[in-house]
Design a protein around this ligand. Structure first.
Ligand code: UTP
Length: 293
């Protein structure tokens, strides 16, 4: 079965960001800078590179900077124009022009599944992507593009998966599968944080999904699970029997910027991909040497 084109991406950004406190007390974790832009902008750029032009951001009442970042900044733009700071003006305007942005509020942090369900009205009856903004792939949209191709050709939901080592799987959503064709698996089970001995595979779910719209009915019927949260994995597990589900196995998870050391790694590695890379290498060497490494 083939499906409608995937045009919309949902970016859930209403979590509390507790792993990054106190930095995230007043600043949303999705606004923490990676190199020269907030992490959420990296993810929006990834979606746009994969061909998506409509972004629905799920925020919470305390996360106004997210709206502001993607909105016009008229006074700033006028000031930059008057000072003829053309490059900076372009950078500011580029953010707003990346896509069509819509915002929806999640009043209480009831989990990722609940956040996704908040976007039902904006998404409508079409397949859509979900990108977690604290996982940066920084791959120019390649993974998402491939996932969209699989979703559009099969009519099924697709989730990106990555191999884990040993007991690591117990920290994640795990996907069991019945068959594999290259990088694509036919998922037959999804289990949230299984005990190592119960895990049906070593493949864990990552923060990239392409979902068919029936997921909204499943989410409405999903009881709160672990920690009183509505788990997206539980609703997806209900979709498997009805419609089937694929997994795309990827080999690089990118960066978990909701976690302190990986946020730092993202800054170092991604800054090495910029025009300033030589200066950054020299700076890193000097810092290491002067600290006795
Ligand atoms: P995380 O669990 O990584 O984010 O959810 P968190 O809850 O903000 O962070 P910690 O664990 O307390 O440090 C992944 C993504 O899902 C969003 C988060 O904003 C994050 O981008 N999310 C999570 C929601 O939108 N709503 C929720 O209720 C929970």
């Amino acid at each position: 079965m083939t499906a409608a084109a995937v045009r919309t991406a949902v970016v859930p950004a209403a979590g509390l960001g507790t792993r990054f406190l106190p930095a995230t007390k007043a600043v949303p974790k999705e606004m923490l800078t990676v190199v020269d832009r907030p992490s959420i902008q990296w993810v929006v750029e990834e979606a746009v590179a994969a061909g998506i032009d409509d972004i629905v951001v799920v925020t919470s009442p305390h996360k106004k900077p997210l709206d502001d970042h993607f909105d016009r900044a008229v006074e700033l733009e006028l000031a930059l124009e008057e000072e003829a700071k053309v490059d900076l003006l372009e950078k500011v305007q580029e953010v707003t022009g990346l896509a069509r942005f819509r915002f929806t509020r999640q009043e209480s942090p009831l989990g990722l599944g609940y956040a996704v369900s908040m976007a039902a009205r904006q998404v409508g009856d079409e397949p859509f992507a979900v990108l977690l903004p604290d996982e940066l792939l920084a791959d120019g949209g390649q993974t998402l593009k491939q996932m969209i191709e699989v979703a559009e050709s099969t009519g099924e939901s697709v989730v990106a998966l990555i191999e884990t080592v040993g007991a690591e799987i117990s920290n994640y959503g795990c996907a069991g599968y019945s068959s594999r064709d290259g990088d694509v698996v036919n998922i037959d089970r999804l289990i949230e944080k299984p005990a190592f001995e119960d895990a049906p595979s070593n493949l864990r779910i990552t923060g990239r999904y392409v979902l068919t719209p029936e997921i909204f009915d499943k989410l409405a019927r999903t009881e709160p699970g672990r920690g009183g949260e509505i788990q997206l994995t539980d609703a997806m597990a209900m979709q498997i029997d009805d419609r089937g589900m694929r997994g795309l196995v990827i080999d690089d998870i990118g960066f978990d910027t909701g976690q302190k050391t990986d946020w730092l790694r993202a800054n170092v590695e991604l800054s090495l991909r910029t025009d300033d890379s030589l200066a950054i290498v020299a700076m890193l060497k000097a810092v290491l040497e002067s600290n006795g490494f």
